[in-house]
Write a protein that binds this ligand. Structure first.
Ligand code: GMT
Length: 388
């Protein structure tokens, strides 16, 4: 008989602007909507989390104020302590942690303390936890150990599953379930009518014929912001264009410098961090994601859900999201000339653009629906709870 009782689920994630926190939050909210009780355990309220939703609880991880710990911080210990406290108070069935270190590590510690009362552990890996942090020689043993302590492991792409087996030197017999990231098409959809008014408010001299390119990220080196600028510069040299930059991070200032040096600062709007940017995507022609590495590329999926073709790097999990030649174009990492040509081809041929826009919507509807992802995660949860 299938076990259908509502579960008590603890979710741990980074609360900052970033794909892993967003996916964790959306999973938690969707599970609560399915009748489960969901406890978010994080340093701050994760973005996009509505703690007023029935069945959703938020538990803040506060690092104890001990002088001796001040200089070094004690976040993983504080997190493990909070997991212990929440588990004991609410009798959690399972913990679903997002991003290997320190979350799976803290969960392992909490479970060791909890012993027989320990909840099951599901770890979702997101990308840089394996490709960057996890393979840093000093973190590798702890990442590998923490991943191995999980009752179930998931990745958002086949690429990341492969990278996890290879880079952590794990046997392929170790089950890793691929659950692709997803979008809620009630939020991420094309506008009923293309509305350029918000653009006109940003750019007083905007013309109807100006092309609009968008990039969304955390502006870290892995996103290759200089390539975003170079692609935009090459496109703008051929036809008037505007660039919307959404998000914030260490490479924002560098982008500003590059744009100023190219005398393009008036053609660009820095919109900062935004929780919901579907309206901006609704006014866009092409989404740019020329990353160095990307386990999935959630921002590209959100653009596709809004009917915006994507031009991105042919790397990591991006080919699993963007179908080259159908919902956008892929080019080798760093090949800004090819990416600019792809953008220009899309801008020059409205028929091609429309075809790709529809294909993007169709691909999202077929492969990246929230409900299908929730069914997959629920199946993982039920499976681990059946185990010893
Ligand atoms: O995009 C980032 O660098 C943030 C990072 C994160 O950990 O929040 O995103 C990763 O997880 C997302 C959700 O699964 C993926 O869509 C991103 O592709 C992935 N980033 C990288 O692999 C660089």
């Amino acid at each position: 008989m299938t076990d259908v009782r509502p579960l008590k689920i603890g979710i741990t994630c980074f609360a900052t602007f970033g794909g892993s926190g967003i996916v964790a939050t959306e999973v938690g909210l969707a599970m609560a909507a399915r009748g489960h009780e969901v406890h978010f355990i994080a340093r701050t309220l994760p973005i996009r989390l509505d703690p007023a939703m029935p069945g959703v609880f938020f538990h803040e991880v506060v690092e104890p104020d001990h002088d001796v710990l001040q200089p070094d911080g004690a976040y993983p210990i504080a997190l493990a302590s909070k997991i212990i406290e929440v588990t004991r108070r609410f009798h959690l069935d399972l913990l679903h942690v997002h991003y290997a270190v320190p979350h799976a590590t803290a969960a392992w510690l909490a479970r060791a303390v909890l012993g027989a009362e320990a909840p099951k552990l599901v770890t979702t890996l997101h990308g840089t936890d394996i490709t960057l942090v996890g393979t840093d020689a000093s973190y590798l043993p702890i990442t590998r150990f923490s991943v191995l302590q999980s009752d179930a492991i998931t990745t958002p792409s086949v690429f990341l599953r492969e990278a996890t087996w290879t880079r952590l030197d794990l046997p392929r017999s170790l089950a890793i379930t691929v659950v692709p990231n997803f979008v809620d098409t009630a939020t991420w959809h094309p506008p009923a009518k293309r509305n350029r008014r918000p653009l006109q408010e940003r750019f007083a001299d905007l013309r109807d014929t100006d092309a609009v390119l968008v990039h969304v990220s955390n502006f870290r080196p892995v996103k290759r912001i200089a390539d975003v600028v170079a692609i935009f510069q090459a496109v703008h040299a051929q036809r008037p264009a505007r660039l919307l930059l959404i998000g914030d991070g260490p490479d924002c200032a560098h982008a500003e410098q590059l744009l100023a040096a190219a005398h393009l600062q008036d053609r660009v709007a820095f919109l900062g961090r935004q929780e919901h940017f579907a309206d901006w995507l609704g006014a866009a022609d092409v989404f740019l994601l020329p990353s160095e590495s990307e386990s999935f590329g959630l921002a590209a999926l959100e653009a596709m859900a809004c009917g915006v073709p994507v031009v991105a790097s042919d790397v990591g999990g991006l080919p699993e999201v963007v179908a080259h030649g159908m919902t956008g174009f892929l080019a080798p990492v760093g090949d800004v000339a090819a990416m600019a040509q792809h953008v220009l081809a899309l801008l020059a041929d409205r028929g091609l653009w429309q075809q790709m826009s529809w294909a993007a919507l169709d691909r999202v509807a077929r492969f990246f629906q929230a409900d299908a992802a929730m069914d997959a995660y629920e199946a993982v949860y039920r499976d681990v709870l059946k185990g010893p």
